[in-house]
Design a protein around this ligand. Structure first.
Ligand SMILES: CC(C)(COP(=O)(O)OP(=O)(O)OC[C@H]1O[C@@H](n2cnc3c(N)ncnc32)[C@H](O)[C@@H]1OP(=O)(O)O)[C@@H](O)C(=O)NCCC(=O)NCCS
Length: 163
């Protein structure tokens, strides 16, 4: 981590917006996108946000429960927004929201939300420190606190599963 990064980085520094058109080879027989393709796009958008914050290699540690609430049709756009909610010593929580957009009408709707945990790793694949996350608004601070609670719950779950 560079010396200037130790002071922290803003949420806006790593925010991602990514747009893809749904093509026929992304689709199931109903003409709507495969869940696995959406998951891949979400992982890419989330990892770009984590890379921008950490500026080193990151790996996906977990994804919290994921639902596909609406189908996205071939020819429509998938719009993904990803941003950091929280950063610890070596791990980060990234929230990803997915929207469908009808490119003919502009109509759009949220289809999925998920929370990804990434860990920054060094050349040997071991966790390494990331810059602190600076929260500048009440909303960013609220998201930070909520993410800290989710993280505590994940760690409690991990401990229960290991015992
Ligand atoms: C991610 C990985 C490097 C973590 O290694 P580890 O030895 O468990 O690391 P640690 O125990 O030191 O934990 C590292 C960080 O993750 C956090 N963490 C560990 N388990 C966690 C969990 N279940 N939920 C949330 N955070 C967790 C720790 O609290 C720590 O965070 P902090 O430094 O911000 O406090 C290791 O598990 C790994 O390589 N996993 C495979 C990743 C991968 O291949 N992903 C692609 C998906 S197929």
């Amino acid at each position: 981590m560079s010396l200037s990064d130790t002071a922290g980085k803003r949420v806006g520094h790593s925010r991602v917006e990514m747009t893809e058109m749904v093509m026929p080879n992304d689709a199931n027989p109903l003409g709507t996108i495969f869940g696995g393709r959406v998951m891949q796009l979400m992982d890419i958008a989330a990892s770009i946000a984590a890379y921008r914050h950490a500026r080193c290699n990151v790996v996906t540690l977990s994804v919290d429960s994921l639902e596909f609430r609406r189908p996205i049709r071939v020819g429509h756009a998938v719009v993904l927004h990803a941003w950091l909610n929280w950063a610890g010593r070596t791990s980060m929580e990234v929230q990803v929201e997915v929207y469908s957009e009808d490119l003919m009408t502009g109509e759009h709707a949220r289809t999925s939300t998920a929370f990804f945990t990434f860990v920054a790793v060094g050349p040997e694949g071991r966790p390494q420190p990331v810059p602190p996350l600076l929260t500048l608004s009440q909303e960013e601070e609220r998201r930070f606190q909520e993410a800290a609670q989710r993280r505590a719950e994940r760690l409690r779950r991990k401990e229960r599963e290991e015992n």
